[in-house]
Structures are given as C-alpha cells and as structure tokens.
Design a protein around this ligand. Sequence first.
Ligand SMILES: Cc1cc2nc3c(=O)[nH]c(=O)nc-3n(C[C@H](O)[C@H](O)[C@H](O)COP(=O)(O)O)c2cc1C
Length: 314
Amino acid sequence: MFSPKKILSFLLDTVPITNASGPKCTYYEELKELEKACIGAIVTKTMTKLPREGNPKPRLKERLDFHPDCSINSMGLPNPGVDYYVDILNKLKKPVIASVGSVTDLNEYFEIINKLQSIESVKAFEVNVSCPNIEKKALALIPEKLGELLNTLDDMKVKYLLKIPPFNFDLEFFERIANIVADSNCLGVSAINSLPNCMDIDLKSLTKVIKPRKGYGGFGGGCLLYLALAEVNRWYSFFKEHGVDKIVIGVGGITKPEAALKHFLAGASAVQIGTWYIQEGIAVFEKVWNFITNWLKEKGFSKVEEIIGIVKDL
Ligand SMILES: Cc1cc2nc3c(=O)[nH]c(=O)nc-3n(C[C@H](O)[C@H](O)[C@H](O)COP(=O)(O)O)c2cc1C
C-alpha cells in the first residue's frame, strides 16, 4: 500500500525537522556537520547532472539591514554535480533526502535519480521544480511539463517530494497544479522555495545587495513566514478535502521556534530551516525541537502528529 507517512517514517517518527536544501549542504564537510544536528534527515543542495559554478558573486545577502533575520540570494544552483554525491552520500550516517534539479530538460532529473537510486542512505528525493534563480522557468509553473515529469517519476517508482514555489499570485492556477500533484505518486510537497524576484538596496554604496539577474533574487527568512504558512495551509487543506494521502513539509520563515510550531498547526508534517541555519548554525534545530516537545507536553499532546493542521478558522 502506498503510504507517504510510512515511507517517510525515518523523518516523521523521529525528529520531523531537516535543513532546507541550499544553505550549507553542498559539500561533504557540510553534510557531515549536519549529521550532528537535531534533525531526522539531511537534505542535500539541489544537484544537477554536471558541476555548476552558479551565478556571479556577490550572490547572497544573508542578513538584510531592516530585517536582519531575512536573506536574498541568487546562487544559480552552484554544486559539484551528481557524480560527487554518488561518491559521498553513502558515508553519511543519517537518512538523506537528495534534492535534484535540472538546468536542461526533464531527462536531467531522471539521469540524476537513476545514479542515486541504489544508494542505501538516500531514502527519498526532493525534486526541485521551483528554483527562482536560473534562466529556465520553474517547472511548477508549466502544468504540461510538470505532469510529464511526475508521470515518468511514477513509472520509475521513485520516492519523491516536490519542492514547490508559492502560488499566492493565482489561486486558480494553484488548483490546476495541485490536481496534477494529487494524481501523482509523489509523497507530498515541500512548501515553499524562496519568494522569487525580490530586491534590496545598500544605503552606503547605493547599489543593489546582490549582483546576478539585475539584483533580483529569492527572498527567505523571518518575513517569509506569513506567505509560507498560507501556502502550507492551502496544500494541507487541498489534500484533506480531496482525500489525498500526501504530506506537506513546511519551509519558509522559521527563524524562531514558535514559527515552526505555526507551520505544524498550519498543516506541516515536518519543517525545514534555511536562512536561520545559515545565520546561526546547527544549534537552531535543537532549539526548535526542544521548544516543540516542551510545548506539546505543556498542552497535553503526546506527539507532533496530534497538532498537524489543527488551526481553526476564525
Ligand atoms: C543561500 C540559499 C540557497 C538555496 N538553495 C536552494 C536549493 O539549492 N534548492 C532548493 O530547493 N532551495 C534552495 N533554497 C531555498 C530554501 O531551501 C528555502 O526554501 C527558502 O530559503 C525559504 O526558507 P527560509 O525562510 O528558512 O530561508 C536556498 C535558499 C538560500 C537562502
């Protein structure tokens, strides 16, 4: 029987927290560091078939001046390519969720997954269809292509999550995409990737804060919480209303433990942390988990599962 909750039990039944793909999870030393973190699985940087340098620097502003728990980046998927990961992922002692991307065509996803599928530590894939910082339009915004991708992944019997962008700009379009996702065998969605095309200005140099793509990059960190909560809640409600057995992983704006709690209440079965991890290192995961477990105890709940999606409408 297809049961995302069972397949993902290595994460959901342990510590339902991971790092978010991207920040400090590209190289072996970084992934080794994450082995020590209070997380149920390690998520890798989105890898492509071939090594990529990524976009010109500076390409990450990790603290914005008015909102220091927020970031803007346009990394452009710098990574050492799938063959690097084939060599190292089995050395990791925690379950791995391998994030895969494409800068060419759909075949790139399949080739990468084929190379990783037999690696014991790789328990699932996170298929990135939402990178805002490459030339190619995000696949999650092209329904026909997304459908083709999911059909083939299903035929290949891949265990995968989809890393998706916000859909707040068009809720009818969301329904269209959500129906395609619902009809597939994906385990669920990781919502959300960075908010595309944001910009900040350095008031000393009077320049934009990052160089690539005219200074427009993906926004992450504290202020993203409010968009992320709505996206998580919308996916959770969609799956519930349509009787679809899939999970939501909440990503975006977790820069304090209470924000993770809000993600669970909105419908997340697990959460990921990006910007806060860049800023404060692996201690953030334990802070969140301690807070959540204490809160559950205080309120008389016995496990996280009991609070997933329990937020009420006013
Ligand atoms: C420097 C940086 C690099 C990122 N690279 C990736 C990536 O390779 N793949 C991906 O799916 N998301 C990537 N993201 C997006 C994060 O995984 C996450 O979705 C986003 O930052 C929102 O989470 P946050 O508010 O906790 O930062 C990146 C984010 C940052 C800040």
